[in-house]
Structures are given as C-alpha cells and as structure tokens.
Design a protein around this ligand. Structure first.
Ligand code: NAD
Ligand code: UD1
Length: 338
C-alpha cells in the first residue's frame, strides 16, 4: 500500500518513514528540503534497505504535486510539511500562513480531486495555548499565541470542515508534545538547516562544547524546581504513534485530534541531569529571564491515544537523552551538527 509522506526528510517524517517501510508500506516522499537534507534518504535506506521514491517539490506548486497522484496510486497521506519555528513565525507571519495553510489546502484539493481521503496531520501541543491546565485534554478550548500555532488551529479546523462536508474523509490530527531523541541506530536524528531553538539540541551543543552554557529560561515558575515542565516523548514512540494512527485512519471514517505524549512532565533541570547522566558530560547553565510566551507546565492527557489508537509511549527521558547523545557524537553527525 502506497503512502505519501510530505516533509518525509524532516525530523519526525524520516523516523516515521523508517517504521512505515518496516511495516510493509511503500513510501513516496515529497519535501522541498527547506529544513532538511537529501542525505536523510541514505539514512532511511541504510536502516530499512529500501530507498523511498523522493520528490524535491514544494507543496505550493500545485501542478507538480498533482503529478505525483497521477503517477502513483496513493492510499493515504501523512502530512508533516509545515514550517515550525515559533519565533520566525512571529517575524514572518505571511511566510507561515502561506507555507502551512496554502500548502495544506493545495494538498487537500489534490487529494480530493484524486479521491484520496485518508490523512494524518502533524498538529502540536501549542494549540492548547497558555490558559489550559495540564494534563491537557483534546476537548479543551484551543488558543494560539503565535502565527505558527494559529496555522495549526486553522488546519485542524479546515480538516474538520472537510469531514463535515464529506464523510468519506478519514482524518487524525496528532498533537505532538515535545519530540526528542533519535533512531536507536544513531543513523537518523534531528539535524535541521540552521540554529536550533528547542531545549535538547541546545543542551547537546553545550555537552559537545560547541556552546559554553545553556540559558535556562526562567527559574521562578510555579513548578517543583522553578523551571519549565514539558512532556518529552521519544521520536520512535512518536513515529509508532503514526503507524497506529494510519491503521486507524485506513479502517475508519471521521475526524479526530489525538495527543501524543508520555503523560509525564519533566523540568529543564531534570532534563539537564538526565543528559549529564547519559553523556557523562557536564552541562553548564545559567538561570535567565523567562522566554516570552512560555507556559510553566505542559503535559498531555494520554487516555485518548491509548483508547482510540492503542498507543502509549514506552521510552523515558533517560532513553531519549542516550539516543540523542549517541546521534550527536557519531562521527559523521558531529562534524556538521548545526
Ligand atoms: P522538520 O522541519 O524537520 O520537517 C518538516 C519538513 O517539511 C522539512 O523537511 C521541510 O523541508 C519540509 N517542508 C516544509 N514546508 C514545505 C513545503 N511547503 N513543501 C514541501 N516540503 C516542506 O520538522 P519536524 O520536527 O519533523 O516536524 C514535522 C511536523 O510536526 C511539522 O508540521 C511540525 O509543525 C509538527 N510538530 C513538530 C514538533 C517538534 O517539536 N518537532 C512539535 C509539534 C508539531
Ligand atoms: C516549543 C514551541 C512549541 C512547540 C514545542 C514542541 C516555542 C515558544 N514553542 O515549545 O510551539 O509545540 O516546542 O516542539 O518555541 N528552554 C530553556 N532554554 C533553551 C530552550 C528551552 O530553558 O535554550 C526551556 C523552555 O523555557 C521550556 C523547555 O525548555 O521550558 C522546552 O522548551 P522548547 O524545547 O523550546 O519547547 P516548548 O517550549 O515546549
């Protein structure tokens, strides 16, 4: 069965592609490489023995994306291809609205035209905004605090409206919490184009002595140790969640939003301690002012994922730090890690 993976050379897309191939799906990848490298395909091939067919294409290019559907009988789409940097989205809202929303509308129009109505969409815990209290439940009201988050809410709404207009659609929006770590082989991991803004890549840069310290954003939150608490989820657990979601989407019709997290919160200082244990390196840090827009605590209610998808996370923060460390210290990653 052929599955189109948009954004398949990106971080979540590449790890998910590995599992899709290992589960027997035939994967076609579309990615414009704006935040990933074509060498990722070598990694996928090395792990699975299969090189997925690849199209270096932008979702904004309707005609050429449509041709993929002429050429292949696609049964479902896993749609990762969005821009995802929160700060950049504040500076360049039109770029984000155009890329994420217009790109998704193009994809959905092409899918509809070709009678392909099964889709998994990468949403984010960011849709819960700053006023909901953790554990965050799918039914809570959504609110965005930046253009990136707004694009996720708008796309979730578009998907709901699409299903309301035609109940042949089958849609799952997966709300990821904080994916981190790397494939157990250390062949694949997170290696985007440009500087990181998330916590774990920064910690890795400090541990590998490329930066001298980590700035901890806020030490006075209402949390056990005063630092921000998040729900970190291993990238391979997250990837497995997509396999479950795809099985669900192919067997049902409807529209669902489902959290993918562990259900546990870990503070910045706890992450630092876990990373020091995994790497044997000291992670120097300084407590700094809070980062604008951050919430104190964010973790998932995971009951819906368990009930509907039969999925739950299996790996803990130590596994995540160990796999990330293995990836960043592997010789060929170390040379060009960020
Ligand atoms: P990523 O940047 O590594 O992967 C996204 C891929 O999509 C990249 O390879 C990029 O080149 C491609 N892309 C972007 N716009 C495109 C376009 N118009 N046409 C074709 N390709 C395009 O990001 P990721 O971490 O793998 O995230 C995947 C999805 O999950 C995104 O939608 C992101 O918003 C969402 N998400 C990620 C996280 C996270 O922490 N990684 C958390 C919540 C949600
Ligand atoms: C970020 C995104 C969010 C996205 C989520 C999952 C922002 C504002 N939000 O949130 O939209 O859904 O990732 O990918 O970027 N921290 C530091 N020092 C650093 C970096 C981070 O102390 O250098 C702290 C943060 O304050 C936070 C925690 O580490 O408490 C995690 O931060 P980060 O990795 O950026 O993820 P989120 O804040 O959850």
């Amino acid at each position: 069965m052929k599955i189109l993976v948009t954004g398949g050379t990106g971080y979540v897309g590449s790890h998910t592609t590995v599992l899709l191939i290992q589960e027997g799906y035939e994967v076609v990848i579309l990615d414009n490489l704006c935040n990933s490298k074509v060498e990722v395909l070598d990694g996928i091939e090395k792990i699975t023995g299969v090189r997925p067919e690849f199209y270096n294409l932008d979702l904004l290019n309707y005609e050429d994306v449509n041709k993929i559907f002429d050429k292949h009988v696609i049964e479902g789409v896993v749609h990762f291809a969005n821009l995802k940097a929160v700060g950049e989205s504040v500076r360049m809202p039109l770029l984000y609205y155009n890329n994420n929303i217009t790109g998704t509308i193009n994809l959905l129009q092409i899918m509809k035209k070709n009678n392909v109505k099964n889709i998994i969409f990468s949403s984010s815990a960011t849709v819960y905004g700053i006023n909901n209290t953790s554990p965050l439940v799918e039914a809570m009201p959504l609110c965005a605090t930046n253009p990136y988050g707004t694009t996720k809410i708008i796309i979730e709404n578009i998907l709901q409206d699409l299903y309301a207009s035609d109940d042949a659609w089958s849609v799952v929006s997966l709300r990821y919490f904080n994916p981190i770590g790397a494939h157990e082989s250390a062949i694949l991991g997170e290696n985007p184009n440009g500087a990181p803004s998330n916590l774990l890549p920064y910690i890795a840069l400090v541990a590998t002595e490329k930066l001298d310290h980590l700035s901890v954003f806020g030490g006075d939150y209402d949390t056990a140790d005063g630092t921000g608490v998040r729900d970190y989820v291993h990238i391979m657990d997250l990837a497995r969640g997509h396999i479950k979601a795809l099985e669900y989407v192919l067997a049902n019709r409807g529209v669902e939003a489902i959290n993918l997290g562990t259900g546990n919160g870990t503070s910045v200082l706890e992450v630092i301690a876990a990373f020091e244990k995994a790497s044997g390196k000291k992670v120097e840090y300084k407590i700094c002012p809070r980062r604008e827009g951050d919430v104190a605590t964010s973790f998932a209610d995971v009951a819906k994922a368990k009930k509907i998808l039969g999925w739950e996370a299996t790996k803990d923060i130590n596994d995540m730090c160990m796999d990330l460390w293995k990836f960043v210290t592997k010789a060929d990653t170390a040379e060009n890690y960020y």
